[in-house]
Design a binder for this molecule. Structure first.
Ligand SMILES: *[C@@H]1O[C@H](CO)[C@@H](O)[C@H](O)[C@H]1NC(C)=O
Ligand SMILES: [Ca+2]
Ligand SMILES: [Ca+2]
Ligand SMILES: [Ca+2]
Length: 405
């Protein structure tokens, strides 16, 4: 074999190339397809091919093309994949020789292989994930993987498109090495409270006819930022408590919500009154917002309390509300009788309606519970007379008779 090759080169030195012919065929033609009519194109005939033991010589031995000596044609012998032979190089051509003996003749043949759009643009991964904070500002850039299209020129990668374009727009630019770089740029900030995840599709297009495309899914997890303050369900709450309610009685509870996630949405409640009594009488459970009584309320001392409550998330954002607690009176006081003045003795000659004693009756309770009436036993010659509010006079009823009583 080695000798043969050497011999060939030796001969080559003395043999000029008699002709050159060039053909152009698309890649991927079926085996046996016609490349060219070599006898016609080189001005030979089938008889000469046979007598000259015509053969095709390819330096590297790759036999994509064969010579059919009976018909004088060059045919496709093996699948020709332009991408495998030339990769991204253009133009792509096969060079070989047609050799004849007796006399020795050498023809040079070039077969140009045209690209066929037989490869779609492809992404290495069919999905990519990002974690992006909802606090990311417009203009933030995220580099996307590129697609590769093994074809060349128009059949190669031409452009990208990103959908939907609600939050991101695509920026793609040609780089020095001729490849296209793709970035998505935040246009409208994300809002985790509105959408926790965002899905997009990056599509790469080639310029073939028909056009081929490749897709990559983009999944974005929107990370929370503390962009929402707690909000109370009401700005003022009303509650009531009986004045004899025991300690630890639950008076009411309030509620605030925070649409953020985790610590940014975790709320702690506190009472912000500092100097007044509400601070000493009520306590709020930090996490459940239950308000309990921790002292004794007395309707006679205060009829209502204004409790100021703050809700804070762990990021420090707050809201406030007011709870107005009405104290309900309970009949917890007995009327007290005060004798303001009295006569120790009285003459039996006294006129009827002579005042014997002045009495004041007090009850600190309110309304019905504080309304008093004053009576005296029936078997006395005395009656109660109401003078003004809660003041009474004890007066004689008729004539007195010392000899009877
Ligand atoms: C996104 O965050 C999650 C949870 O912290 C983590 O498991 C994942 O690896 C992160 N993904 C990326 C692309 O950074
Ligand atoms: Ca292509
Ligand atoms: Ca191709
Ligand atoms: Ca928050």
């Amino acid at each position: 074999m080695r000798r043969q090759v050497l011999l060939f080169f030796f001969v080559l030195d003395f043999t000029s190339v008699l002709g050159h012919v060039s053909y152009t065929i698309p890649e991927e033609m079926p085996t046996g397809s016609l490349v060219g009519n070599i006898v016609q194109d080189l001005g030979l005939n089938v008889k000469r091919l046979k007598s000259g033991k015509a053969r095709v010589y390819t330096g590297d031995g790759a036999g994509y093309i064969e010579l059919n000596k009976d018909r004088g044609l060059l045919l496709v012998k093996e699948r020709i994949d332009r991408e495998a032979i030339c990769r991204q190089t253009t133009p792509c051509a096969l060079h070989f020789q047609l050799i004849l003996e007796n006399p020795m003749e050498l023809y040079s043949i070039t077969v140009q292989i045209e690209d066929v759009n037989d490869n779609p643009p492809t992404f290495e991964k069919n999905e990519v994930r990002f974690n992006i904070s909802e606090s990311a500002v417009a203009g933030a850039k995220f580099v996307l993987d590129r697609a590769i299209d093994l074809d060349v020129d128009r059949n190669g990668l031409q452009k990208y498109a990103l959908t939907p374009t609600d939050n991101f727009i695509l920026k793609s630019e040609n780089q020095a090495d001729g490849t296209e770089k793709a970035e998505m740029i935040l246009q409208k900030p994300l809002d985790r409270e509105n959408e926790e995840t965002v899905s997009l599709v990056l599509t790469a297009f080639d310029g073939g006819d028909p056009q081929m495309t490749g897709n990559m899914k983009i999944f974005i997890t929107v990370l929370d930022a503390n962009d929402n303050a707690p909000v109370f369900s009401q700005s003022t709450y009303r509650a009531t408590v009986f004045e004899n309610a025991p300690e630890q009685t639950i008076v009411t509870s309030v509620t605030a919500s925070d649409s953020d996630y985790g610590a940014n949405g975790r709320i702690k409640y506190s009472i912000t009154n500092s100097l007044d009594q509400a601070h000493e009488l009520f306590r709020i459970q930090e996490d459940t917002a239950e308000i309990r009584l921790i002292g004794h309320v007395d309707y006679e001392k205060a009829r209502n309390y204004h409790i100021n409550i703050r809700a804070s998330d762990e990021g420090g954002l707050t809201d406030s509300c007011k709870v107005i607690v009405e104290v309900i009176d309970v009949n917890d006081n007995k009327p007290t009788i005060n004798i303001m003045s009295k006569s120790g003795s009285i003459s039996e000659l006294s006129e009827p309606k002579t005042v014997v004693a002045m009495i004041n009756v007090q009850d600190p309770d309110s309304n019905e519970n504080g309304r008093v009436q004053c009576f005296i036993n029936d078997n006395t010659p005395l009656v109660m007379m109401s003078t003004s509010n809660n003041f009474y006079s004890l007066v004689t009823e008729g004539e007195l008779d010392r000899e009877r009583a």
